[in-house]
Design a protein around this ligand. Sequence first.
Ligand code: HEC
Length: 133
Amino acid sequence: MEKGQGMKTVLKCLMACSVAVVMPTWASGEGTYKAVCASCHSQAFPKAPQLGNKNQWAPLIREGQVTLTAHGYVGIRTMPPKGGKPDLTLEAFAEALIFMVNQSGGNWQTPDAKTLQAMQKEVARRQKAQAPK
Ligand code: HEC
């Protein structure tokens, strides 16, 4: 009896706590941007498109949200995979990118399930293409 209730409390806490911990990073593209991307994307790191620079972002935005998110996530040239943070999820990366794009002349939104799936597919395709033969 006692044990059962204790277990329930633990489970409830686990659920509530993971929601509390996961939600902010998930929800806040700005937070991820500041923590992970800003060191290069607002510090004139060579070649990194800078936050708010519409000229630098316009051609990238034209590539489309699925393509640009997936290619950035996999890494491209001197842009490190996942912004250099190996445990960064695609969702969190997408949110950070939305924040940057929307500060730089674009108007992107949180991807719906279908769009996210398309991103995951493009990530997989790209990773396969890059894998050493
Ligand atoms: C260590 C520095 C560094 C960090 C950290 C970094 N970037 Fe980049 N990023 C770059 C550089 C450099 C480029 C330009 C690469 C090139 O075109 O040669 C770039 C390019 C990009 C591009 C354009 C990709 C393309 O297809 O041309 C996107 C999108 C991007 N970064 C998103 C992000 C996001 C989102 C984060 C944070 C989660 C992040 N970056 C963190 C250095 C960084």
